[in-house]
Write a protein that binds this ligand. Structure first.
Ligand code: MG
Length: 171
């Protein structure tokens, strides 16, 4: 890769990083919330793990282009479903978080995939137990006009990817 290309990429990614972090914040999720999930996932394996380390790895994850693209796509679809600016039958499927839809999990795998197979295990764990902020997102999607169909999976996947990034570092 040419030097100028990589510099352009970095500048663009930083801009997109801010955009996706703002989008998550608008949906009520901070990077700190995600780092807490990552901490829970990894604390049993790494005794000296701190929240600062988790935050650092969450930051690395949201700098990746594939991750940014997944966040942009998923959160936009949630918003469109919520505002009703999307056609049927997708609108009703997303508004009701239809269990057989499944593309929310598939999109989240694009995030998990960046760090290989440990990511899948961690993602499955978060998806099943719905710890911390995931539970809140899930309840909010069920009990209000909010559509969080993609949000829960995206947040779980970022936490799982950061946990995998930490696992690789400490392996
Ligand atoms: Mg979902």
């Amino acid at each position: 890769m040419k030097k100028t290309d990589s510099l352009d990429d970095r500048v663009n990614d930083t801009k997109t990083r801010d955009t996706v972090v703002n989008m998550l914040n608008e949906r009520g999720v901070t990077l700190n919330d995600i780092a807490e999930l990552t901490f829970d996932l990894q604390k049993k394996y790494i005794e000296e793990l701190t929240m600062d380390v988790c935050m650092d790895h969450v930051e690395r994850v949201v700098m990746k282009r594939e991750v940014q693209n997944a966040i942009l796509t998923g959160l936009e679809l949630d918003k469109m479903a919520e505002e009703g600016t999307m056609r049927e039958p997708l609108k009703t499927m997303l508004q009701n978080d239809y269990p057989l839809y499944g593309i929310d999990e598939v999109l989240a795998l694009a995030i998990v995939n960046v760090y290989g197979s440990i990511g899948f295990t961690n993602f499955g764990y978060v998806d099943k137990l719905k710890p911390g902020v995931i539970r809140r997102i899930d309840d909010e999607g069920k009990n209000s006009d909010r559509c969080n169909t993609f949000l829960d999976d995206i947040v779980g996947a970022i936490a799982a990817a950061a946990a995998s990034s930490i696992a690789h570092r400490y392996a």
